[in-house]
Ligand binder design. Structure first.
Ligand SMILES: Nc1ncnc2c1ncn2[C@@H]1O[C@H](COP(=O)(O)OP(=O)(O)OP(=O)(O)O)[C@@H](O)[C@H]1O
Ligand SMILES: [Mg+2]
Length: 336
């Protein structure tokens, strides 16, 4: 550990979070930021809870970068994506020959994150066996690489996150209560976007500007009715839903005014009955065309407008790709 710094003062709080890309002015978010700030200064295990897309990963990064461990690694691990045995070897590493594919010894993520923070994402998806393995590690910070004898000591701070209420899962017997208690020494709850007042509009404007810059699209603004719609929408998918909606709008339209009241925009938001009423074939053609244009925009942005590179990245024939670019009326120079 290098230096222990003072926690940032409350007055400078939104600025500190601005640098960490966590934006918002609502009291609900500021309450969460205050908790994050306190939690960051204390070196104990944290559980971050909140609905899908509320910013749990951003919160975990904020905890790390505001903490004395900030100069050491922040390593995310998606617990839901890994089967038992893999999770164990991912976390703790393995010796050569520990299992069929283990041609050489490999350091685990606990060792790689040494001195830093290990972010265990989606812990609700951990199997009972993985829960036992982790519980043992959390008890004393000691572990053994898979197939190894030597007991190692880990120096990581654990930040866990869950999309669902772990207490509820414990009650129904799907999650170990002792593990939940280990995770929940400290806790942070990210509020749903619908409880953040004007933040939805603030975030929408932020995403509109930053995506236009990133994808070299024209600058634009929201129609007044759209601002009202954004403010009042329930946002079940929270910030991620809002972010994706704006990204699609930026990529798919060139109008100076963004107006979600237009049927085309509503289709993209999945809100229009019109799409459902179309015959299946038509609807499919429509969806495919949208996908193609969306994909091409991202691809060309990534390849900075270079069609040969774009062809290689997408494993498509160069001339076929060129035809597709023309079909959708895209100009490669817009991406240079
Ligand atoms: N307050 C915020 N300001 C700016 N961007 C945000 C904010 N909250 C979330 N985002 C953005 O929204 C997206 C979702 O955030 P994040 O991945 O942290 O959420 P999550 O709770 O981990 O979501 P999931 O449950 O889907 O894993 C990210 O692209 C993130 O950058
Ligand atoms: Mg997440």
């Amino acid at each position: 550990m290098t230096s222990f710094t003072k926690p940032v003062g409350l007055k400078t709080l939104p600025d500190a979070f601005l640098r960490l890309n966590l934006l918002g002015k609502s009291p609900a978010l500021h309450d969460a930021m205050r908790v994050i700030e306190r939690v960051a200064a204390v070196d104990a295990t944290v559980l971050i809870q909140g609905g899908t897309g509320t910013g749990k990963e951003l919160a975990a990064r904020a905890i790390h970068y505001l903490s004395p461990r900030r100069d050491f690694p922040f390593i995310p691990v998606n617990c839901g994506a890994l089967p038992d045995t893999l999770l164990e070897s991912e976390l703790f590493g393995h010796e050569r020959g520990a299992f069929t594919d283990a041609k050489q010894a490999c350091r685990g993520l606990v060792a790689q994150a040494d001195g830093g923070t290990l972010f265990l994402d989606e812990v609700e998806a951990m199997t009972p066996r993985a829960q036992v393995v982790l519980l043992r590690f959390l008890q004393d910070g000691q572990y053994r690489p898979v197939g190894g004898r030597q007991v190692m000591s880990g120096n990581v701070r654990i930040v866990a996150s869950s999309n669902v209420d772990l207490e509820e899962l414990c009650r129904s017997g799907q999650f170990r209560q002792d593990l939940m208690f280990r995770f929940r020494v400290l806790s942070v709850t990210m509020p749903p976007l619908r409880d953040r007042g004007g933040d939805a509009v603030l975030l929408a404007e932020h995403f509109l500007q930053s995506y236009a810059l990133q994808y070299r699209r024209p600058a634009r603004r929201f129609a007044p009715a759209t601002v009202a719609w954004i403010r009042d929408h329930g946002w079940p998918g929270n910030v991620r839903e809002l972010q994706n909606l704006i990204l699609r709008e930026v990529l798919m339209t060139d109008d100076e005014t963004v107006d979600f009241a237009r049927p085309a925009a509503l289709d993209r938001a999945g809100l229009s009955q019109a799409l459902l009423d179309q015959a299946f074939k038509q609807a499919k053609a429509h969806a495919v065309a949208q996908f193609e244009k969306d994909y091409l925009c991202r691809l060309l942005a990534r390849a900075s407008g270079n069609v040969s590179l774009a062809a290689r990245l997408s494993c498509k024939d160069r001339s076929a790709l060129n035809r597709l670019v023309k079909k959708h009326g895209l100009a490669t120079r817009d991406f240079r």
